[in-house]
Structures are given as C-alpha cells and as structure tokens.
Write a protein that binds this ligand. Structure first.
Ligand code: NDP
Ligand code: 2IT
Length: 444
C-alpha cells in the first residue's frame, strides 16, 4: 500500500479517532519521499504495520472513594512498536483520555524514542480518571487498582511505563509499589521513580531542560542569543516548571504560565522565587495558577491560552492542540521567532503550516521534548547496572542526546533554501531507524 493510501484506510477502519489520524497524517506527509525510495518497504506493508499498534489492553479499574462509594474508570495500555527495544512511554490520567489520544501518543512515542538513540520501543497508557480534587488516599487507591490489572502486561524487558499528564512522582511511586508487590521483582519496571528507590537524578527536570537545550541548538543556527528573550510558556506542571527553571538560569524572561482554567501574565518575568511559589502551589497544595496572580498582583485571564501575549519564543507545555491557526498568526504578528514544543502535538496542522510558511524556528514535540524519555532510558540503564550516576553525568548525557537529535533533524530536514524543516527531519530520522529494525526482524 502507498503511504498516502494508508491514512485513508486507517480513517475507515478506526473512525472517530481524530488525534490518531492527525499524528499519522503529519508523519506520513513527510516520509513519503524516503518511503518511495525503498520499494521493499511497500512489499512488506511496512507503513500499515508501523501505524497500527502491536496490541491494546483495555480494562475496568474499580476503586473506592473517600465517601465509600465504589467508582469505575477505564484503563488502557497501548503497546505500539517494540522493534528497537521494550515498549516505553508514559501513563496519562485525565478526564479526556480515550483511545484516540493514547494511540496518537503511542505512535508519536515510537518515533521520539527512536530519535533518542537509546534502545526503546514506543507505548502509552492511561485512564479517564481525573486526579483533580482527589485526596491523596484516593489517588493511591486508584493507582493500586490500575496496576492490579496492568501489572501482568509490563516488565523491565517488555514494557516500562512512566509519567505524563496527571502522573508524576507521587503516582509513579504508588504504581511501582503495587507492581512490586504483585510481580515480586525489583528490576525497575517504571521510570520516574523516587531517588530513594531506583529513580534517576534529573528525570523530573529532563523534559523541560531538554526542551531548552534543543531550543539553544535551534537558536545557534541563526546566531540568536537566548539571553533577554521574552518567552511565553503554557502549562504549570512538570514540563512547564523545569522549562521555566532552565530559561531563568539562561537569562530569558518568562512572562506566562497557565493551567486548564486560564493563564497568568507577569510583565516583570517569573523569577526563581516566584517559580518556587508555583512549584509549591502546584506540586504540594495542588492549587490553581490564578492564585499566582492574586499573590503577585498580575493579570490573570480565565478560560484562555497565553498566545496573545507578545513574546519572542513560545514553548507550549500543557497539552495537544493548544495552538491553533489563529493563535499561530497572532504569535507571528507579534514577532515570535521560535516555537519549541514541550507538550506532545500542541500545534494543530494549520498552526504548523503557518510557522513553516513564515520560516521561523519550529521544533515538533517528538524532537524537542524527547529529553524526558531519554533520561527514562538512562534510568533503565542505571537500574540494570544497579548503580546511579551523578546529576552532572546525567545532565551531560541529556545535553549530548538533545544535540544529537538536533543534528539528525538538520541532516534529514534541511531544505534546498537552507530552511530546516524540523518536522521532516525528526520524522524521517525516527522512521528510518524503526523501519530498518522492522525489516531486519522479519514479517511479524
Ligand atoms: P502535568 O500533569 O504535570 O501538567 C500538565 C499541565 O498542563 C498542567 O498545568 C495542566 O493544568 C495543563 N493541562 C493539562 N491538560 C490541559 C488541557 N486539556 N487544557 C489546558 N491545560 C491543560 O503534565 P506534564 O507537564 O508531564 O505534561 C505536559 C505535556 O508534556 C503533555 O503534553 C505531555 O504529554 C508532555 N510530555 C511530558 C513528559 C514528561 O516527562 N512528563 C515528557 C514529554 C512530553 P491543570 O493543572 O489545570 O490540569
Ligand atoms: O511523552 C513522553 O515522552 C513522556 N511522557 C515520557 C515517557 C517516558 O517513558 O519517560
């Protein structure tokens, strides 16, 4: 089947999965050229095999809330592709979770993990359970119930989950604890674990730091200095927090952060002290970003995203499709020169088209946010060796990986006029490695 025909077939076979179609369409649109150069791929029906997950587990999760009521949610794990290594990818707890969203994430993860240079396949899982407003005890009971079903399908050499939206150190700890009880092993099946029980230094920071390292590489191609640049960040969770932390140390001025209720605009910039406040607010008190505006007397805009504020650089770090075509046009009109994605697929196809048409620096999530899963890969290595590396060692390896991903994007994405199409570069580099691994291992 031709690459272009695969998308049509997928839409027919799996209707009502718009995010999955969107992710597949973005990749297929950029790899067609290299695909056509390899007739053996078509003979092996490689694209279709690469787009459809190896398997999907779905299950009911039953738990008891603090009022004693018995509640149910849906749980899922998508094992997308393991040609390069064990399935690897995060777990998302959010009310919006469905198969379309998890299939897009697992598909993207496969290419992202391929780019990291580490031996990891792609997977993703999650639940439509919403952690919002839940007590600590409820979160723990939910995590335990989720793992009671999932544990038999995961393992250090088969499938290694981690965090994503709604799943951070606390949730990984509860899931890993239950996993160990059932599996009776201590080999580190989760990543993003606590430092006391096999977690890697720099894993919490990795996605945000990695995105800034990637941004620095992009800016270097145009001799632009990050120092003094005004940056709009969305989200205020794990990725956003450490993106802002690194940006502050690099001398940039971060003026926005957000959550699902709205955004704050701080014209003086969020400094380290204010960021400490946000981390405590979000990670300990589980509060709302609006409280920042009340504390520091700055603007809060309810029900909106920050892209209307003037900035030089945008780093979307909340969720998928959070920058649409109109947002992109406003960013460009305000002089935005770079967009580096911390979230997965935060820009709609129309927004990406606008950025590329304007020839600004634009890095897709699968390249720019690969630092998180990279340090997860390093956590797996440390666990396997039963030792732990210092922060400096892990941070240095992270920087090397991000530089390497940037180089791959330049190699496969540079156009005849010199413009670097990072989408094409990341997709082609990620695809070729998975494709070669699949071809070498036979028709499966
Ligand atoms: P967190 O749960 O820590 O934070 C998510 C942030 O985004 C919160 O501020 C949340 O607001 C906001 N948010 C979530 N959903 C929506 C929504 N539908 N609309 C508006 N705002 C929303 O998650 P992470 O920081 O871990 O993940 C953020 C993004 O980064 C995701 O796209 C994830 O897939 C991606 N990513 C994460 C990695 C990791 O290592 N954690 C690695 C690579 C990518 P609220 O508090 O109101 O829920
Ligand atoms: O989207 C992602 O890359 C993640 N949520 C991190 C996955 C991981 O296994 O560390």
């Amino acid at each position: 089947m031709k690459a272009s025909e695969v998308l049509c077939t997928l839409k027919q076979r799996f209707p009502n999965e718009p995010e999955y179609h969107q992710a597949v369409s973005e990749v297929l649109g950029t790899i067609e050229e290299v695909y056509n150069e390899h007739p053996e791929f078509e003979k092996a029906n490689l694209i279709e095999r690469l787009c459809i997950p190896d398997r999907i587990f779905s299950f009911r999760v039953t738990w008891v809330d603090d009022k004693g009521q018995v509640r149910t949610n849906m749980g899922y794990r998508i094992q997308h592709n393991n040609a390069i290594g064990p399935y690897k990818g995060g777990i998302r707890f959010h009310s919006s979770v469905n198969l379309s969203i998890l299939k897009f994430l697992a598909f993207e993860q496969t290419f992202k993990n391929s780019l990291t240079t580490l031996p990891m396949g792609g997977g993703k899982g999650g639940s439509d359970f919403s952690p919002r407003g839940k007590s600590n005890a409820e979160i723990m009971r939910f995590c335990q119930a989720f793992i009671m079903e999932l544990w038999r399908h995961i393992g250090p050499d088969t499938d290694v989950p981690a965090g994503d939206i709604g799943v951070g150190g606390r949730e990984v700890g509860y899931m890993y604890g239950m996993y160990k009880k059932l599996a009776r092993e201590n080999t580190g099946t989760f990543t993003g674990k606590g430092l006391e029980f096999g977690g890697s230094l720099i894993r919490p920071e990795a996605t945000g730091y990695g995105n800034v390292y990637f941004l620095l590489q992009m800016l270097k191609t145009r001799n632009i200095d990050l120092k003094g640049k005004i940056v709009a960040v969305s989200g205020s969770g794990n990725v956003a927090q450490y993106t802002v932390e690194k940006l502050i140390t690099m001398g940039a001025k971060v003026v926005t952060m957000s959550d699902s209720d709205g955004y704050i605009y701080d014209p003086d910039g969020i400094d380290s002290e204010k960021l400490d406040y946000i981390m405590e607010l979000k990670n300990l008190h589980r509060g709302r970003i609006r409280e920042y505006a009340e504390k520091y007397g700055v603007k809060y805009v309810a029900g909106a995203r920050p892209w209307g504020e003037k900035c030089d650089i945008a780093m979307p770090s909340a969720t998928q499709n959070e920058i649409n075509g109109d947002d992109a046009r406003v960013l460009l009109a305000n002089g935005c020169l770079a967009v580096s994605e911390g979230a997965n697929m935060p820009s709609t196809p129309e927004a990406i088209e606008e950025f590329q048409k304007a020839k600004i620096l634009y890095a897709p999530g699968k390249a720019a946010n690969a630092g998180g899963v990279s340090v997860s890969g390093l956590e797996m290595t440390q666990n396997a060796q039963k030792l732990s590396w210092t922060s400096e060692e892990v941070d240095q390896k992270l920087q090397n990986i991000m530089e390497n991903i940037h180089e791959q994007c330049v190699k496969y994405g540079t156009q005849p006029d010199g413009y670097i199409n990072y989408v094409k570069g990341a997709n082609v580099a990620g695809f070729m490695k998975v494709a070669k691994a699949m071809m070498a291992q036979g028709i499966l």
